[in-house]
Design a protein. Structure first.
Lengths: 124, 124
């Protein structure tokens, strides 16, 4: 099981990857067979589908900031509340999210669940 | 599927239940067959085991405050980052958590996952 600090560093690196426009750094955090449900309630994304989603976010200049310190667990998962901002069609969009990430033994993310609903997005 | 506002109200009621020392109000939010993993990585708690856990928290005078607005989803789940404080053996304990709650059709919580690790508790 990855250490708390390994998992928390990965979540921070996910934030930092967006803030440095580095989609490759973001994708490097995920296992090849990673499954993404973002937002929760939408169809699962494969790693390839997720990569397109991430690259679009980076292209939109998405900026992420933690809303509270990253939380670990007593298992192989960690979670964080954060805020995403980006500009689309001249409008500034702000989205509140909680992401939960589950890890494999090597410290790669195998599952990401993104909790945000229609009401958590403003400016759209 | 419960509405976003129904799910968010339940998470707020979970917070309010602790802050008014009302274990019955907290337990009324959960379905009879609810399963709780709090913290994630610990053995699953049945509703009865969870009730003992909640009543102990209330007895310790646990106070909960949101660290960021409650998030919904596009499905039957909602999540929140919050801070728990209580006093045990004269020490003030502060714990950072993210809880994810999943709901049934009637708006009762069927699953709660609590994300907090050993490093997220101070004062213990």
């Amino acid at each position: 099981m990855p250490t708390q600090s390994t998992m928390k560093a990965a979540l921070q690196a996910y934030i930092d990857g967006f803030n440095t426009d580095d989609a490759n750094a973001i994708m490097a955090l995920f296992a090849d067979n990673a499954v993404i449900e973002d937002p929760v309630g939408s169809p699962l994304k494969s790693r390839a589908e997720f990569e397109a989603f991430i690259r679009q976010g980076v292209a939109f200049g998405a900026r992420l900031s933690l809303a509270a310190p990253i939380r670990g667990s007593h298992g192989n998962a960690a979670a964080m509340a954060f805020i995403v901002t980006f500009v689309q069609d001249g409008r500034r969009i702000i989205s509140n999210s909680v992401d939960v990430m589950t890890f494999d033994e090597s410290g790669k993310i195998t599952r990401m669940n993104g909790y945000w609903g229609p009401d958590d997005v403003t400016g759209a």
